[in-house]
Design a protein around this ligand. Structure first.
Ligand code: NAD
Length: 427
């Protein structure tokens, strides 16, 4: 077929930045969907990109200046939503990619949010708590015209946490002269956070995995899974899947992993990590590297650590038949075709890890109505939205004769462009 939208210039592995990786998938989806050229141009670009300077008096008396970003990719479906990351190497391209993923993720999850992402270029390992608080408060003050419960709602991401969300909420509330819990999500439960938020992403991964297994006619008790990353997403995914009867044969963290064909006792691993902060030394199986985990004998592979783990270099050696992307961007765009040629089903990140933003949406709703649901209520609402999202993406993939990843992008493009047509272009 002829392609209306050109892919970025030829690339070698590792040369594509996250935004270009996202655009390859977006372009394929736009092509298949036959997206109108004008709408394509509108949807590919963020609607707003803000860069701020953050001067901070450091504990030793020096004045240091940090750079902060907030990218609103799209707000057609509602206020924009997306996390804030603190990292030394973050740049605008990375934030743009993450912001656009949020637009597609919220559209697929059928929640009334657009997509955004924020960041501060800093190394939190070299900062004291009080310096992190000052960075957070000044960043928030600089973003007062952007953030707001009706306009743009941040959340935690890499190296940011509940405490940082509490400081954002407090700083914003000091300026608006009233307590605005709905301005951020991922807050402590004591101040308007939601029950079930901590487990939400892993729970969503579990729901997506079971839905995919059902399509393949496989019952959870008769199958195996390997999970890369044993942090928030990986550990909860492994625990909930093992509770459903899936035999977890491998787990890992940044220091490496363990394989056990008889199944790993996840509760033992959780207890060990709670005490030792790492899996290193836990007697649960044979020691393997993270590279070996990705290529190990298992039915389902769940990358839940970081981006670019599955590349054109190792994709050909993957034995799993199902990949469920707990992490954001774990599969490089150049590996998509290799996996598809091998007949491996991939549940893409923008569907598989959307449990977190779905429960963030529940947190925002609860803050606005001022009434808080119990955990079974949250979990059953999450189950309904995740299952519907999975079925919608599956349907689109079949209808457009494409992968679930491109089907997910097409579903999102269809949803956002339809609302855009209904709203019309003002001006
Ligand atoms: P986390 O920091 O809690 O855990 C990360 C885990 O990965 C740790 O066990 C760490 O040791 C391990 N790890 C780090 N580098 C690794 C490497 N090179 N090889 C193997 N393991 C490595 O983080 P998290 O919140 O679980 O997030 C994991 C991924 O999921 C990220 O891509 C994140 O963007 C994505 N995600 C998280 C959420 C959420 O709600 N937490 C939501 C959506 C997507």
């Amino acid at each position: 077929m002829t392609h209306i939208y050109k892919e970025p210039a030829p690339y070698k592995k590792g040369e594509l930045n996250p935004f270009e990786q996202m655009m390859i998938r977006f372009n394929k989806a736009a092509d298949l969907y036959k997206l109108d050229k004008g709408l394509y141009n509108y949807l590919k670009n963020p609607v707003k990109q803000v860069i701020v300077s953050i001067p901070v008096p450091m504990d030793d008396g020096r004045l240091e200046v940090f750079e902060g970003y907030r990218v609103i990719h799209n707000n057609v479906l509602g206020p924009s939503k997306g996390g804030i990351r603190y990292a030394p190497d973050v740049d605008l391209d990375e934030v743009k990619a993450l912001a656009s993923w949020m637009t597609w993720k919220c559209a697929i999850a059928n929640i009334p949010f657009g997509g955004a992402k924020g960041a501060v270029k800093c190394d939190p390992t070299k900062l004291t708590n009080s310096e992190i608080e000052k960075i957070t408060r000044r960043y928030t003050a600089n973003m007062l015209e952007i953030f707001g419960p009706d306009t743009d709602i941040p959340a935690p991401d890499m190296n940011t946490n509940e405490q940082i969300m509490a400081w954002i909420m407090d700083t914003y509330s000091m300026h608006t002269r009233k307590t605005e819990t709905g301005v951020v999500t991922g807050k402590p439960i004591a101040m308007g956070g939601s029950r079930g938020r901590r487990e939400a992403t892993g729970r969503g991964v579990m729901i997506a995995t079971l839905a995919a297994l059902e399509k393949k006619g496989i019952s959870p008790e008769n199958t195996t899974a390997a999970v890369q990353g044993f942090g928030n997403v990986g550990s909860v995914s492994a625990q909930l899947l093992s509770e459903k009867g899936v035999k977890i044969v491998a787990i890992s963290d940044i220091f490496g992993g363990y394989y056990n064909s008889k199944g790993i006792e996840i509760n033992k691993a959780l207890e060990y990590v709670a005490k030792n902060k790492t899996l290193e030394g836990c007697k649960i199986g044979d020691k393997i590297t993270n590279e070996e985990l990705l290529e190990c004998e298992c039915y389902t592979l769940i990358p839940a650590a970081r981006e670019d783990q599955i590349s054109s270099e190792n994709a050909g050696r993957i034995k799993a038949r199902l990949i469920v992307e707990g992490a954001n961007g774990p599969t490089a765009a150049e590996a998509d075709q290799i996996l598809s040629d091998k007949g491996i089903m991939v549940i893409p990140d923008i569907l598989a890890n959307s449990g977190g933003v779905i429960v963030s949406y529940f947190e925002w709703v609860q803050d606005r109505i001022g009434y808080f649901w119990d955990e079974p209520d949250i979990n059953s609402r999450l189950n309904r939205l995740m299952t519907e999202a999975f079925q919608n993406v599956y349907k689109y993939a079949i209808e457009f004769e494409t992968s679930l990843r491109i089907g997910a992008y097409i579903y999102a493009i269809d949803k956002v462009s339809n609302v855009l047509r209904l709203r019309g272009i003002y001006g």
